[in-house]
Design a protein around this ligand. Sequence first.
Ligand code: ADP
Ligand code: ADP
Length: 228
Amino acid sequence: RPVIALASARKVYRSGTIEFEALRGIDLEIFEGEYVAIMGPSGSGKSTIMNILGCLDTLTSGSYRLGGDDVDDLDEIDLAEVRNQRIGFVFQQFNLLPSLPAWKNVELPMIYGRVPREERKERAQRALERVGLGDRFANRPGELSGGQQQRVAVARALVGEPTMILADEPTGNLDSVSTRDVLGLFDELHDLGRTIVLITHEIEVAERARRIVWVRDGQIVKDEVNAA
Ligand code: ADP
Ligand code: ADP
Protein backbone atom coordinates (compact mmCIF):
# COMPACT_ATOMS: atom_id res chain seq x y z
CA ARG A 1 0.00 0.00 0.00
CA PRO A 2 1.28 3.44 -0.89
CA VAL A 3 2.03 5.90 1.91
CA ILE A 4 1.17 8.76 -0.42
CA ALA A 5 -1.62 8.58 -2.97
CA LEU A 6 -2.96 11.38 -5.11
CA ALA A 7 -5.87 10.42 -7.36
CA SER A 8 -7.32 12.66 -10.06
CA ALA A 9 -5.92 15.57 -8.10
CA ARG A 10 -7.00 18.99 -9.35
CA LYS A 11 -6.19 22.39 -7.94
CA VAL A 12 -7.88 25.51 -9.22
CA TYR A 13 -6.76 28.92 -8.01
CA ARG A 14 -9.40 31.61 -8.09
CA SER A 15 -8.95 35.33 -7.84
CA GLY A 16 -12.11 37.24 -8.54
CA THR A 17 -13.58 35.86 -11.73
CA ILE A 18 -10.27 34.50 -12.96
CA GLU A 19 -9.59 30.79 -12.53
CA PHE A 20 -6.38 28.96 -13.13
CA GLU A 21 -6.05 25.19 -13.08
CA ALA A 22 -2.62 24.56 -11.60
CA LEU A 23 -3.04 20.77 -11.19
CA ARG A 24 -4.95 19.08 -13.96
CA GLY A 25 -5.58 15.51 -12.83
CA ILE A 26 -2.54 14.11 -11.06
CA ASP A 27 -2.31 10.43 -10.13
CA LEU A 28 0.70 9.61 -8.01
CA GLU A 29 1.52 6.78 -5.62
CA ILE A 30 4.61 6.75 -3.47
CA PHE A 31 5.57 3.73 -1.36
CA GLU A 32 7.34 3.55 1.95
CA GLY A 33 11.08 3.97 1.61
CA GLU A 34 10.96 5.47 -1.86
CA TYR A 35 13.17 8.42 -2.78
CA VAL A 36 11.26 10.40 -5.41
CA ALA A 37 12.06 13.67 -7.14
CA ILE A 38 9.28 15.83 -8.52
CA MET A 39 10.86 17.74 -11.34
CA GLY A 40 9.58 20.41 -13.67
CA PRO A 41 10.13 23.91 -14.97
CA SER A 42 8.99 27.06 -13.21
CA GLY A 43 5.21 27.34 -13.24
CA SER A 44 4.62 23.62 -13.80
CA GLY A 45 2.87 23.12 -10.46
CA LYS A 46 5.65 21.89 -8.17
CA SER A 47 4.92 24.32 -5.33
CA THR A 48 1.25 23.48 -5.60
CA ILE A 49 2.05 19.76 -5.29
CA MET A 50 4.36 20.52 -2.38
CA ASN A 51 1.59 22.46 -0.64
CA ILE A 52 -0.87 19.61 -1.16
CA LEU A 53 1.51 16.82 -0.11
CA GLY A 54 2.56 18.91 2.88
CA CYS A 55 -1.03 19.51 3.97
CA LEU A 56 -0.51 23.25 3.60
CA ASP A 57 -3.35 23.48 1.13
CA THR A 58 -6.21 21.27 -0.06
CA LEU A 59 -7.32 19.99 -3.45
CA THR A 60 -10.19 21.46 -5.45
CA SER A 61 -11.17 17.90 -6.44
CA GLY A 62 -9.72 14.42 -6.34
CA SER A 63 -8.20 12.79 -3.31
CA TYR A 64 -5.07 12.75 -1.22
CA ARG A 65 -4.34 9.87 1.10
CA LEU A 66 -1.41 10.05 3.47
CA GLY A 67 -0.39 7.00 5.50
CA GLY A 68 -3.71 5.38 4.62
CA ASP A 69 -5.84 8.28 5.83
CA ASP A 70 -7.92 10.60 3.74
CA VAL A 71 -6.79 14.14 4.36
CA ASP A 72 -9.26 15.87 2.02
CA ASP A 73 -11.99 16.38 4.55
CA LEU A 74 -9.86 17.53 7.46
CA ASP A 75 -10.35 21.00 8.90
CA GLU A 76 -7.46 23.42 9.45
CA ILE A 77 -6.76 22.16 12.95
CA ASP A 78 -6.57 18.48 12.03
CA LEU A 79 -4.57 19.34 8.94
CA ALA A 80 -2.05 21.18 11.11
CA GLU A 81 -1.76 18.13 13.33
CA VAL A 82 -1.16 15.82 10.37
CA ARG A 83 1.42 18.27 9.08
CA ASN A 84 3.28 18.43 12.38
CA GLN A 85 3.26 14.73 13.09
CA ARG A 86 3.67 13.11 9.71
CA ILE A 87 5.71 15.45 7.57
CA GLY A 88 9.29 16.59 7.95
CA PHE A 89 9.79 19.73 5.91
CA VAL A 90 13.05 20.97 4.42
CA PHE A 91 12.83 24.34 2.67
CA GLN A 92 15.13 26.29 0.41
CA GLN A 93 15.45 29.07 3.01
CA PHE A 94 16.17 26.64 5.90
CA ASN A 95 13.41 28.29 8.01
CA LEU A 96 15.34 28.01 11.26
CA LEU A 97 14.60 30.29 14.19
CA PRO A 98 17.71 32.51 14.44
CA SER A 99 17.54 33.13 18.19
CA LEU A 100 17.48 29.45 19.13
CA PRO A 101 20.46 27.08 19.33
CA ALA A 102 20.55 24.20 16.86
CA TRP A 103 19.09 21.65 19.26
CA LYS A 104 16.13 23.87 20.15
CA ASN A 105 15.35 24.26 16.48
CA VAL A 106 15.52 20.50 16.09
CA GLU A 107 13.22 19.77 19.03
CA LEU A 108 10.40 22.01 17.74
CA PRO A 109 8.37 19.28 15.98
CA MET A 110 8.49 17.23 19.19
CA ILE A 111 7.05 20.11 21.21
CA TYR A 112 3.96 19.98 18.99
CA GLY A 113 4.07 16.19 19.38
CA ARG A 114 4.08 16.55 23.19
CA VAL A 115 7.27 14.55 23.71
CA PRO A 116 8.64 15.03 27.27
CA ARG A 117 11.42 17.59 27.67
CA GLU A 118 14.32 15.27 28.52
CA GLU A 119 13.49 12.93 25.67
CA ARG A 120 13.27 15.88 23.28
CA LYS A 121 16.76 16.99 24.15
CA GLU A 122 18.20 13.49 23.76
CA ARG A 123 16.48 12.94 20.44
CA ALA A 124 17.58 16.37 19.17
CA GLN A 125 21.15 15.45 20.09
CA ARG A 126 20.91 12.14 18.25
CA ALA A 127 19.36 13.77 15.18
CA LEU A 128 22.16 16.34 15.09
CA GLU A 129 24.74 13.53 15.37
CA ARG A 130 22.95 11.73 12.54
CA VAL A 131 23.51 14.73 10.25
CA GLY A 132 27.11 15.14 11.41
CA LEU A 133 26.54 18.15 13.65
CA GLY A 134 26.76 16.62 17.11
CA ASP A 135 29.35 19.21 18.09
CA ARG A 136 27.13 22.12 16.95
CA PHE A 137 24.39 21.38 19.43
CA ALA A 138 24.51 24.80 21.10
CA ASN A 139 25.29 26.98 18.08
CA ARG A 140 22.73 29.41 16.73
CA PRO A 141 21.96 29.29 12.97
CA GLY A 142 23.93 32.50 12.37
CA GLU A 143 27.07 30.76 13.61
CA LEU A 144 26.73 27.98 11.06
CA SER A 145 27.41 27.80 7.32
CA GLY A 146 24.52 27.47 4.86
CA GLY A 147 25.20 23.77 4.43
CA GLN A 148 25.30 23.26 8.19
CA GLN A 149 22.06 25.20 8.62
CA GLN A 150 20.38 22.98 6.05
CA ARG A 151 21.66 19.92 7.92
CA VAL A 152 20.07 21.30 11.09
CA ALA A 153 16.84 21.63 9.10
CA VAL A 154 17.19 18.02 7.96
CA ALA A 155 17.72 16.94 11.58
CA ARG A 156 14.55 18.83 12.50
CA ALA A 157 12.72 17.13 9.61
CA LEU A 158 13.65 13.62 10.67
CA VAL A 159 13.51 13.87 14.47
CA GLY A 160 9.77 13.24 14.69
CA GLU A 161 10.05 10.09 12.52
CA PRO A 162 7.59 11.45 9.96
CA THR A 163 5.81 9.46 7.28
CA MET A 164 7.75 11.44 4.69
CA ILE A 165 10.49 13.99 4.40
CA LEU A 166 9.29 16.67 1.99
CA ALA A 167 12.10 18.82 0.66
CA ASP A 168 11.36 21.87 -1.50
CA GLU A 169 14.42 23.01 -3.49
CA PRO A 170 16.62 22.06 -0.49
CA THR A 171 19.85 22.93 -2.30
CA GLY A 172 18.58 26.12 -3.95
CA ASN A 173 20.55 28.32 -1.59
CA LEU A 174 23.68 26.20 -1.28
CA ASP A 175 27.06 26.26 -2.98
CA SER A 176 28.17 23.11 -4.80
CA VAL A 177 30.09 21.68 -1.83
CA SER A 178 27.16 22.07 0.56
CA THR A 179 24.80 20.77 -2.12
CA ARG A 180 26.82 17.57 -2.38
CA ASP A 181 26.85 17.35 1.38
CA VAL A 182 23.09 17.70 1.81
CA LEU A 183 22.30 15.37 -1.11
CA GLY A 184 24.70 12.82 0.42
CA LEU A 185 22.69 13.08 3.60
CA PHE A 186 19.46 12.32 1.70
CA ASP A 187 21.18 9.22 0.24
CA GLU A 188 21.97 8.05 3.77
CA LEU A 189 18.41 8.69 4.95
CA HIS A 190 17.11 6.75 1.95
CA ASP A 191 19.43 3.86 2.84
CA LEU A 192 17.93 3.95 6.33
CA GLY A 193 14.48 3.45 4.83
CA ARG A 194 13.09 6.97 5.04
CA THR A 195 10.52 8.08 2.47
CA ILE A 196 11.79 11.19 0.72
CA VAL A 197 10.04 13.49 -1.73
CA LEU A 198 12.33 16.06 -3.25
CA ILE A 199 10.91 18.94 -5.26
CA THR A 200 13.29 20.64 -7.64
CA HIS A 201 13.71 22.25 -11.03
CA GLU A 202 17.36 21.18 -11.22
CA ILE A 203 18.03 17.98 -13.13
CA GLU A 204 21.36 17.40 -11.34
CA VAL A 205 19.47 17.34 -8.05
CA ALA A 206 16.56 15.22 -9.34
CA GLU A 207 19.00 12.65 -10.67
CA ARG A 208 20.07 11.83 -7.14
CA ALA A 209 16.63 10.36 -6.45
CA ARG A 210 15.69 6.80 -7.39
CA ARG A 211 12.57 7.81 -9.25
CA ILE A 212 11.81 10.99 -11.15
CA VAL A 213 8.30 12.30 -11.69
CA TRP A 214 8.23 14.96 -14.41
CA VAL A 215 5.55 17.61 -14.15
CA ARG A 216 4.53 20.05 -16.84
CA ASP A 217 1.55 22.39 -16.98
CA GLY A 218 -0.05 20.72 -13.99
CA GLN A 219 0.21 17.17 -15.27
CA ILE A 220 2.62 14.28 -14.89
CA VAL A 221 4.31 13.78 -18.24
CA LYS A 222 6.81 11.10 -17.24
CA ASP A 223 7.36 8.88 -14.20
CA GLU A 224 10.48 6.80 -14.38
CA VAL A 225 12.91 4.80 -12.34
CA ASN A 226 16.19 6.65 -12.35
CA ALA A 227 18.82 4.35 -13.77
CA ALA A 228 21.70 6.73 -13.01
P1 ADP B 1 6.17 25.87 -9.72
O1 ADP B 1 6.39 25.63 -8.28
O2 ADP B 1 6.45 24.66 -10.57
O3 ADP B 1 6.85 27.09 -10.21
P2 ADP B 1 3.49 26.65 -8.93
O4 ADP B 1 2.81 25.48 -8.31
O5 ADP B 1 4.03 27.71 -8.05
O6 ADP B 1 4.60 26.10 -9.95
O7 ADP B 1 2.47 27.34 -9.94
C1 ADP B 1 1.79 26.62 -10.95
C2 ADP B 1 0.92 27.60 -11.68
O8 ADP B 1 -0.11 28.05 -10.82
C3 ADP B 1 1.66 28.84 -12.15
O9 ADP B 1 1.14 29.22 -13.39
C4 ADP B 1 1.32 29.87 -11.08
O10 ADP B 1 1.35 31.18 -11.60
C5 ADP B 1 -0.07 29.46 -10.68
N1 ADP B 1 -0.35 29.78 -9.27
C6 ADP B 1 0.33 29.33 -8.20
N2 ADP B 1 -0.19 29.79 -7.06
C7 ADP B 1 -1.24 30.58 -7.43
C8 ADP B 1 -2.20 31.33 -6.72
N3 ADP B 1 -2.20 31.41 -5.38
N4 ADP B 1 -3.12 32.01 -7.45
C9 ADP B 1 -3.14 31.95 -8.80
N5 ADP B 1 -2.28 31.23 -9.52
C10 ADP B 1 -1.33 30.55 -8.85
P1 ADP C 1 8.41 28.82 -6.26
O1 ADP C 1 9.61 29.69 -6.38
O2 ADP C 1 8.46 27.86 -5.11
O3 ADP C 1 7.97 28.17 -7.55
P2 ADP C 1 6.55 30.91 -6.75
O4 ADP C 1 7.49 32.06 -6.84
O5 ADP C 1 5.99 30.27 -7.97
O6 ADP C 1 7.21 29.78 -5.83
O7 ADP C 1 5.32 31.30 -5.81
C1 ADP C 1 5.50 31.83 -4.53
C2 ADP C 1 4.12 31.95 -3.89
O8 ADP C 1 3.26 32.76 -4.67
C3 ADP C 1 3.43 30.60 -3.75
O9 ADP C 1 2.78 30.54 -2.49
C4 ADP C 1 2.42 30.56 -4.87
O10 ADP C 1 1.27 29.81 -4.50
C5 ADP C 1 2.09 32.03 -5.05
N1 ADP C 1 1.80 32.33 -6.46
C6 ADP C 1 2.48 31.91 -7.53
N2 ADP C 1 1.93 32.34 -8.67
C7 ADP C 1 0.85 33.08 -8.30
C8 ADP C 1 -0.14 33.81 -9.01
N3 ADP C 1 -0.17 33.85 -10.35
N4 ADP C 1 -1.07 34.47 -8.30
C9 ADP C 1 -1.05 34.41 -6.98
N5 ADP C 1 -0.15 33.74 -6.23
C10 ADP C 1 0.78 33.09 -6.90
